[in-house]
Ligand binder design. Sequence first.
Ligand SMILES: C[S@@+](CC[C@H](N)C(=O)[O-])C[C@H]1O[C@@H](n2cnc3c(N)ncnc32)[C@H](O)[C@@H]1O
Length: 370
Amino acid sequence: MKCTASAAFGLEGVLKKELEWLGLHPEKAMDGRVYFDATAEAIMRANLYLRTAEHIYILLEETPLTTFDDLFDTVKALPFAEWIDPSGVFIINAKAKKSTLMSERSIQSLTKKALIESLKASTKRYDFPENGPTYTFRASVSDDVFRLELDTSGEALHRRGYRLDAGAAPLKETLAAGLCLLARYTGKRPLIDPFCGSGTIAIEAAMIARNIPPGLARTFAFEDLIPFSNDAFKAVKKAAYQAINLDKDVAITALDYDPKVLIKAKANAERAGVDEDIDFIEARFEMHKFTNQPSALITNPPYDERLMNAREIDALYKAIGRTFKRLDQVDRYLISSVSGTEQKLGLTPTKTRVLFNGPIKARFYQFFKD
Ligand SMILES: C[S@@+](CC[C@H](N)C(=O)[O-])C[C@H]1O[C@@H](n2cnc3c(N)ncnc32)[C@H](O)[C@@H]1O
């Protein structure tokens, strides 16, 4: 089956690598989408294991078109009854960009009508009560290319299930995992996040270290798709449980000065099954005695005036810069959307990369050890 995986802009390269690690063969990556071919079993594994993907879709159609008649006929010709239960609830999310067909409402309603027509033709039934499982489709027209994708994930994959409570301005779990993967964190070196908030970076790092698939505690939309058998999914999950690495020594420290947010972080870590791998410390960054040893520091300091005023941000980033200068044996990584971060830190990064935390454009600054 032709598939696509979606990710935040900036993370497509990491997602491509992850697909390769799963033994899949990603093709092109563009605009937050990576293409690959997969069997039903591989789609289950992709949903379960990918740490940076938001959704995995089956690409039902991808074709150039510029009229609504063509759109309707194209969708009507697709064999929906092979995929979905006709009594399902059908949700069509439409998007249009730089195309002749720009009415998202019409794309949505015509796609749905054509889907029902296809089901009528193949099932010979005429009532569609929409009281069964929910199926979500993404119907998009971009640069006059129409794509229809069937969502196999359901709720976005950053919703792992462990983060029930977060502090202010939490990172998406998929982005936190992406930062750890960009830092090539595998669990061999000690890791510290000195502004841990609800613990997302530390928890995602611990799951990487222990080889815990991020989707183990949740359900997926593919469980209601016809070609996906329950037994096959049970086998995929069983293999995943057996591959969890319980023997390794994992050393992760998560620091925050806010005792209330640390309670949330600990509860999140417990739900993720990694609380024993993380040493949570209530401390102010400026007072903590960091060790200058080969290790990694990955962090997301406050960057937003909801959390601090501009003068406080300046003072804090200056303090971070001073500490970073001293920690020359540590690979230091910092994500922030504060403008002029480099000047505020007083340090030039080895590398910088633009990433998106939801709608917020941020930069990932990387300072490699000497
Ligand atoms: C942007 S949030 C981190 C969010 C986190 N990545 C998450 O996903 O939940 C920044 C955190 O830094 C903490 N903080 C602010 N100033 C601090 C300081 N001087 N020392 C330690 N922690 C601090 C705040 O309490 C807040 O939880």
